[in-house]
Write a protein that binds this ligand. Structure first.
Ligand code: ATP
Ligand code: MG
Length: 408
């Protein structure tokens, strides 16, 4: 048995001994029924958080205001959350308060989708008040209760619906889909971070396109922050969305999505800033879009120059994006060809040169200055492209000529 599951069951047993009901809930129950490996095993209990802290010697107050305490059971963290209902979603983002309740049924009823609203007790008995099993079998994502009501309470659920569609390849219940069409504007008030985090989860799926289909067909994408600032409701054809499944790299998927949103070079940086992506992701997406959206036929020499300047990873990503954008021609270098050229390149960066700046200064006989770095960069690119041999003597000779030309 998975050691995390064993730890969760031990925690449940201890809670029961102390007189409190406890169950496995949510994603782990769903995933086990689907024959998938759960990400984590969450426990729900009727014990109040302070009781949980009292019962177990090692706990961390992870999210006390939501009733969550992490119990460290033989070194393994188990999240234990008190049965609760959520009240007053005034800002459409997060419940303004939670109330602890003693009923498992109420706790399950506040969950988003029927497949996420099942519980299992310590002995393996399944508790399924909302026909989650039936919906798993029918492969449909359906809200617990009225979709209009549930999406009005928390607009993130509309995006989560699309994410679960992508995650399991299920369809979305018709009523829920119509509710998204009706309520999508409510999602404007979500935080960018939560939107981006759900999209990142989609990028981890082998086939995100059914989820992207929901986002574009309902028009939800054009209502999400920050997308509503960029796009109108025009919908790309379905075959364009299927292309999200052609690649696995999240940088290429982000680049493709931005491209579907009509992101030109002039607005790219500011859009990436609005998405609050990490700097290295921003840089990778900029390179990918720069190279991929302008991808066109050129000679071997030019390809190699790009390879040297941007690196193999950026070129491979760009080749993938170019494919999604329909810009690749049959005789363009494929990833294997790019890799072959890259491996054969004697110098991949300035530091790979067999000469140093100090040696160059001595040979040229000029005072150190910006010319040194510029000359080395030039020599490295020439050696990479095999215009000059990557050997000390040849490099220093060429370096003397080039270095002398720079004023300082
Ligand atoms: P994953 O395996 O991708 O983590 P999950 O079902 O565990 O999927 P989480 O986001 O980790 O998803 O949430 C855990 C559980 O909490 C869900 O299964 C669901 O029951 C409930 N839940 C999470 N977010 C919401 C929400 N916005 N509204 C209602 N219930 C929610
Ligand atoms: Mg989870």
């Amino acid at each position: 048995m998975d050691e995390r599951k064993r730890a969760a069951l031990q925690v449940m047993e201890r809670l029961e001994q102390a007189g409190f009901a406890a169950y496995l809930v949510g994603g782990c129950v769903r995933d086990e029924l689907l024959g998938r490996q759960p990400q984590d095993y969450d426990v729900a209990t009727e014990a109040h958080p302070y009781k949980v802290q009292e019962i177990f010697p090692r706990t961390v107050p992870t999210g006390l205001q939501h009733g969550t305490v992490t119990v460290v059971q033989q070194g393994i963290p188990v999240e234990v959350t008190t049965f609760r209902v959520e009240e007053g979603y005034e800002d459409r983002r997060r419940p303004s308060q939670v109330a602890f309740v003693s009923s498992l049924k109420l706790d399950l009823a506040r969950r988003d989708f029927t497949v996420n609203a099942m519980a299992r007790d310590r002995h393996g008995k399944l508790i399924d008040y909302f026909s989650g099993v039936q919906d798993l079998e029918a492969q449909v994502i359906r809200t617990v209760g009225e979709p209009l009501e549930r999406f009005r309470e928390d607009a993130l659920r509309m995006l989560r619906a699309a994410r679960f569609v992508a995650q399991f390849g299920f369809s979305l219940d018709d009523k829920a889909k119509r509710a998204i069409e009706q309520l999508k504007q409510e999602s404007r008030f979500l935080s960018v971070e939560r939107v981006v985090s759900e999209l990142e989860k989609m990028w981890r799926m082998p086939t995100p396109s059914p989820g992207m289909g929901i986002l574009f067909e309902t028009g939800l994408i054009a209502a999400l922050p920050p997308f509503y600032q960029w796009i109108d409701e025009s919908k790309p054809a379905a075959d364009r969305l299927e292309r999200f499944d052609w690649v696995q790299d999240r940088i290429v998927r982000w680049s493709y999505l931005l491209s579907l949103c009509g992101t030109g070079e002039a607005v790219l940086e500011s859009r990436l800033t609005q998405l609050k992506l990490a700097n290295r992701d921003k840089e990778a997406i900029i390179d990918c879009l720069k190279l991929g959206s302008k991808w066109e036929r050129q000679g071997e020499e030019e390809w190699k120059r790009l390879l040297y300047r941007f690196g193999i990873l950026a070129l491979k990503r760009a080749a993938q994006l170019a494919e999604l954008l329909g810009r690749r021609q049959v005789d363009d270098p494929d990833e294997a060809k790019l890799e072959e050229w890259w491996q054969a390149m004697p110098v991949k960066q300035t530091q790979d040169l067999p000469i140093t700046g100090t040696e160059l200064i001595r040979h040229v006989g000029k005072k150190a200055g910006p010319w040194v770095g510029k000359t080395l960069a030039y020599l490295a690119e020439q050696a990479a492209l095999q215009h000059i041999p990557n050997e000390r003597e040849a490099l220093l000779k060429e370096g003397c000529q080039i270095g002398a030309k720079y004023s300082q």
